[in-house]
Design a protein around this ligand. Structure first.
Ligand SMILES: C[S@@+](CC[C@H](N)C(=O)[O-])C[C@H]1O[C@@H](n2cnc3c(N)ncnc32)[C@H](O)[C@@H]1O
Length: 414
């Protein structure tokens, strides 16, 4: 089954296991060696830090440790089903995702007189390349530069290969930034980036919340260990909904990312697509195990400490926290809605109809992709779009109908 990265723990629809065991997930010798080396470095870090590291530090290493982490070392991880990939994302799933987004980006850029698109975490650069081709075909607006900001060197290499296959007039517009300039004006895009940022883990005891981290066990493996939370840790109010025994995530790194966007983005709009919920839904009393989970070979498993570096680790996005961090850093909230609503408002079905009427040979495949993008039980409802920015009136045109911004503040009062 083609696997998106969106099924929360306890969702029976996904093939899953406590740790991967099947042939498809078995690591080859090179992978095992890489994982062993990463494990050695994690243990070294734990020893250096006094016997314990927060889960966010572990997740950072498991995904991004240079040359060894999941995204740093294995750029084939996302892509079409049937290849060596572990999961599939919206731009990989359907060309109509980029085709629907492109006119929205052009319109925002024209309204705000922008000449730059900045995409964070561009993965295989599928969205970047498709977007540039769509914009060029439409002939209305093309960015002077399409900038990619990507933390994983392995992914950057894959992006360069994809961009090199574009016509020269488009390829030359693409550039990479290692750091953000002090100020930039742009339309900003991010698809499934926030969910790939390290999270801290929280565990509720009868006596209150503690932080769940990682220690090295006597046999050399990794094990969970709880510690007192640092004094003054500002926990979100909706955590009170969770009973003792619950484990959940604290997206501190993603909050920092939103604040940094607020610091550096001058005039512009950021559209962030991801799976997640507002805080009061995130902390639903029945979500006692949080949303953290792992992917390998289009299967979901539950054990992020298993063979570090060989599985994707991801957590759902707390969109209330993202909106709050953006507003704290001076950005306006411009809209929040489901992916399905956004794409419908932006004309996805008209586009599909036009391509089908035009006798597109891949019409059936296009229709199946659209079904996944919009389907309530696929990506349509769990995936959301958050729009923040500076210099534009809210809500955005593609969010006028079905804007759910008010839900982001529900349950926030102490
Ligand atoms: C799940 S993949 C999504 C890739 C692509 N956007 C897509 O939809 O197919 C997450 C991507 O975000 C990158 N990433 C994670 N944190 C990032 C950050 N703080 N800045 C830029 N890229 C980041 C990862 O290296 C990876 O390329």
């Amino acid at each position: 089954m083609e696997q998106t990265r969106s099924l929360p723990r306890g969702d029976a629809a996904a093939p899953r296991a406590s740790a991967p065991a099947g042939d498809a997930e078995a690591a080859d010798a090179a992978e095992q060696q890489r994982s062993q080396e990463l494990l050695r470095r994690v243990r070294e870090r734990i020893a250096r830090d006094g016997g314990w590291i927060g889960f966010d530090s572990y997740m950072q290493m498991a995904l991004y440790e240079p040359g060894l982490g999941y995204y740093a070392a294995s750029p084939a991880v996302l892509g079409a089903w049937g290849g060596a990939s572990d999961f599939i994302t919206a731009p990989e799933l359907s060309p109509l995702f980029a085709a629907t987004l492109a006119p929205q980006v052009a319109r925002l850029a024209q309204d705000l007189e922008l000449d730059t698109v900045v995409e964070f975490g561009a993965g295989s650069a599928r969205l970047a390349c498709s977007m540039l081709r769509e914009l060029a075909d439409a002939g209305a607006w093309l960015p002077r530069r399409y900038v990619i900001v990507e933390v994983a060197s392995g992914m950057r290499a894959r992006q360069r290969d994809a961009v090199a296959a574009l016509p020269a007039g488009l390829a030359q517009r693409v550039q990479w930034w290692d750091t953000l300039p002090e100020r930039f004006d742009a339309v900003v895009l991010g698809n499934e980036v926030l969910d790939a940022m390290p999270v801290r883990l929280l565990h509720r005891l009868e006596s209150g919340w503690v932080e769940r981290g990682v220690r090295a066990a006597a046999d050399g493996s990794l094990a969970w260990q709880d510690r007192e939370l640092a004094p003054g840790s500002a926990l979100r109010p909706t955590l009170r909904q969770l009973a003792p025994g619950s484990v959940t995530e604290w997206p501190e790194a993603a909050e920092g990312f939103m604040r940094s966007l607020g610091t550096h983005l001058g005039r512009g709009v950021a559209l962030l697509f991801d799976y997640g919920f507002p805080a009061h839904e995130y902390d639903h009393p029945q979500r006692t195990e949080g949303t953290l989970r792992c992917h390998r070979a289009h299967r979901v498993h539950d054990d992020p400490l298993w063979q570090p570096g060989l599985s994707d680790i991801t957590a759902h996005v707390d969109f209330s926290a993202m909106a709050r961090a953006a507003r704290e850093s001076g950005l306006q909230l411009l809209g929040y809605t489901s992916q399905a609503r956004f794409l419908l408002n932006a004309g996805l079905l008209d586009l599909l109809a036009a391509r089908m009427a035009g006798g597109d040979a891949a019409a059936l495949r296009l229709a199946a992709g659209v079904q996944k993008l919009l389907g309530e039980h696929e990506m349509g409802e769990l995936f959301k779009v958050l729009a923040v920015g500076r210099g534009l009136a809210a809500p955005l045109p593609a969010m006028v109908e079905g804007d759910r911004s008010a839900a982001l503040d529900a349950g926030a009062a102490d």
